[in-house]
Design a protein. Structure first.
Ligand code: HEM
Length: 337
């Protein structure tokens, strides 16, 4: 039977709507209220910098492109940095602050990279249009450009995020690290206003980039105290990982097949029991997420389109406190005096 793109989109739409409205699908889910974090699309504007800093997007793109040319591993790191920013107090650049006890100092943040590049972009923008472009907008745009440079989709970004003045390590501990259950992931995403479809689609960012072996070693020998490896790893892939991951500090690609290309191979790997993080592989065994991962695995235009949509949703998560008391920082790693 030939499945058309339209019917796939309908399936995904149905899944995302029913997952958030059908109580039977939400059986064990606690649905958090969205009092603190919500989507403020109306507060953002596509034309904000048109007159005040018309070259902002060009400056950001060229910097990201030049850095990626020198070090291609920086692209995926920017996308992850953006996710970690938006996951705590909304997209307010709170992850970039480097005072003691800030989000950046939390354990979950220790392998985050890309800070110097954002600081460099900011320094250049301050010369061209002082106190105009927020660090949160810079990070959002840099993540989009990194996606494009890896072969992924382009999307338009509305601007106007403020930079927050508060950043607390203890709040960053809520960001998933790769050992959570699907229910925990769904709950975390829901608490940010993102649904099951967004979870599966955004996890597809793991089609590029890498992890330290520390995140996977627990799956390789004594999984959950069984003295055996995680049974959901393909045996050949397991051998490869055991050889590759002798040291926790070693790096391994999240997508073992096409690690540098933004494509649907990540989802195809899940079918072959080659998901690297346990949270990746679980997407293919849970009935709430598997049909979506399956559909994405053979329809790359669907992945590209939906990735853009979900990234815009991610980037529009704003915390009203960060926004009301926010500012345009002059340096991204510290609040203004
Ligand atoms: C669903 C929950 C998620 C979990 C549990 C998770 C977990 C992780 C972990 C453990 C790493 C490797 C960290 C390290 O050791 O260096 C990682 C890397 C990465 N994550 Fe996620 N992540 C999630 C969602 C996302 C989302 C929503 C995005 C972006 C939209 C994203 C983008 C990335 C990228 C691009 C990398 C590679 C970073 C690099 O190469 O430097 N992740 N993620």
């Amino acid at each position: 039977m030939k499945i058309t793109l339209l019917s796939l989109v309908s399936i995904l739409f149905f899944l995302s709507v029913s997952a958030s409205s059908n109580p039977s699908l939400l059986h064990s889910l606690k649905v958090p209220s969205l009092t603190d974090t919500t989507h403020f699309e109306d507060e953002l504007s596509y034309s904000l910098y048109r007159h005040s800093c018309s070259h902002a997007e060009g400056i950001i793109y060229r910097k990201v492109r030049d850095w990626v040319k020198k070090d291609p591993t920086i692209g995926p790191s920017l996308i992850r940095l953006h996710f970690h920013d938006c996951a705590v107090r909304g997209c307010d650049a709170s992850i970039l602050l480097d005072h003691s006890g800030s989000e950046k100092s939390a354990n979950v943040s220790k392998s985050l990279r890309g800070f110097e590049l954002i600081n460099e972009i900011k320094a250049e923008l301050e010369k061209k249009c002082p106190k105009t472009v927020s660090c949160a907008d810079i990070l959002t745009t840099a993540a989009r450009d990194a996606t494009v440079l890896a072969g992924g989709p382009f999307w338009m970004i509305p601007f106007g995020r403020k930079d927050g003045r508060v950043s607390l390590a203890k709040e960053a501990t809520a960001v998933p690290m790769g050992r959570e259950s699907i229910t925990q992931l769904i709950e975390f995403f829901q608490s940010k206003g993102l649904n099951v479809l967004d979870l599966v689609v955004l996890s597809g960012a793991h089609t590029i980039g890498r992890t330290t072996c520390e995140s996977v070693q627990h799956r390789l020998y004594n999984y959950k105290g069984t003295k055996k490896p995680d049974p959901s790893i393909d045996p050949q892939y397991l051998n490869y990982l055991r050889r590759k991951c002798r040291w926790a500090s070693e790096n391994v690609y999240l997508d073992a097949t096409t690690p540098k290309t933004f494509d649907v191979q990540y989802y195809q790997n899940l079918k072959k029991k080659m998901g690297l993080l346990s949270t990746d592989q679980l997407l293919y065994s849970d009935s709430r997420t598997k049909p979506i991962a399956d559909a994405l695995s053979f329809e790359s235009s669907l992945f590209s389109n939906q990735f853009s949509v979900s990234m815009v949703k991610l980037a529009n998560i704003l915390d009203y406190k960060s926004q009301d008391y926010g500012e345009i920082r002059t340096r991204c790693n510290r609040v203004n005096k």
